[in-house]
Design a protein. Structure first.
Length: 334
């Protein structure tokens, strides 16, 4: 009931303003030890890729773009958080407005465009701190970096972030940056993950610890695309995948005024696409490789479907906006 009242207020604000207000509110609650009012206290410990998670529910990249809310999100009782996406240089992203609510469909469309503070600044904000939950760092290339030079951006961010996180997410599937499909052309994907894996092993030797790397995939890939990607991932030694990013498609259930806004769609309409992607990946990937599922998780049933499809971890974002922090507890109670 409390969250429904808060949501009614938040939905009076422009979506991006409401998001910033939520970050400040969560930090306020954490600062004054009031997060107990909303915190999930149920533990369901899992160990994945050598990382101990108190529960398998995390916050997806995009919620905390500036590394501002790690402790605050830990305060609501999630098992982990993925921050970013970060690029080598800071960038402002796309012009506003760039975030839209589709309330009837319980969805969002965003075309944020990787607004972030840059990987160097992000690391300065988190280094030396002991966070109570595992942290993933999502990395990508700058929007003004040509795709033929993109690998340099990824390797730069990988090297900068490696020693300060529990895992790394390589975001190659955001639909809100120039020509995202270029990575699926020719040998680009194979070259990228091969170089990423080589750098990971080099850094593991340098720091004497192994940090897993996951590749974030698009829900708009065909089954044949997924099969090809899985084959390359199996051969590369990459630790697993995050499935999925937002979709450029507009499912027919989304019949709202903003449905034709450009950008990536998240929320309930994304769920069938992401679930199908997870099922295909589980079929084609080696059994020991990790799948982190994200996309349209808004209920106990949708979370359960991902676990039954073979995901070891799940991430929420849009579902948190519509359902509130109580969603975490409801999922873990089952």
């Amino acid at each position: 009931m409390i969250y429904k009242l808060l949501r009614a207020f938040l939905f009076l604000l422009p979506p991006e303003t409401a998001h910033q207000f939520t970050i400040h509110l969560l930090n306020f609650l954490k600062c004054f030890h009031l997060n107990c009012l909303i915190k999930n206290k149920i533990k369901r410990t899992v160990i994945i890729n050598g990382i101990k998670f108190e529960n398998p529910i995390g916050i997806a990249a995009g919620f905390d773009k500036y590394a501002d809310a790690i402790d605050a999100m830990a305060g609501i009782g999630v098992g982990f958080i993925e921050i970013g996406t970060f690029t080598p240089k800071s960038q402002t992203g796309n012009p506003k407005p760039r975030l839209f609510r589709l309330k009837k469909s319980r969805a969002l469309i965003n075309r944020m465009g990787f607004n972030n503070i840059g990987i160097d600044h992000a690391i300065k904000k988190i280094q030396g701190k002991n966070f109570s939950i595992p942290i993933g760092i999502s990395i990508s290339k700058n929007n003004d970096t040509a795709y033929e030079n993109a690998l340099e951006d990824y390797l730069y961010c990988l090297a900068k972030a490696y020693n300060y996180c529990s895992y790394l997410a390589v975001n190659i599937s955001c639909p809100n940056v120039p020509n995202p499909a270029d990575f699926w052309a020719g040998k680009s994907f194979a070259e990228l993950i091969t170089a990423i894996k080589a750098k990971q092993l080099e850094l593991a030797e340098q720091y004497k610890k192994y940090i897993p790397v996951f590749v974030k995939l698009s829900p708009d890939l065909t089954e044949e695309n997924i099969k090809d990607c899985a084959k390359l991932i199996n051969e590369s030694g990459i630790d697993g995948v995050i499935a999925t990013n937002t979709t450029t498609t507009r499912p027919e259930v989304v019949q709202e005024s903003d449905r034709n806004e450009k950008g990536g769609l998240s929320g309930e309409p994304l769920f069938p696409l992401s679930l199908q992607c997870v099922k295909h990946l589980r079929h084609y990937l080696k059994p020991e490789l990790t799948i982190i599922a994200v996309g349209g998780i808004h209920s106990v049933a949708s979370a359960k479907a991902y676990f039954e499809a073979g995901a070891q971890l799940i991430q929420i974002y849009t579902g948190l906006i519509y359902e509130g922090p109580g969603l975490v507890k409801r999922i873990l109670k089952t």
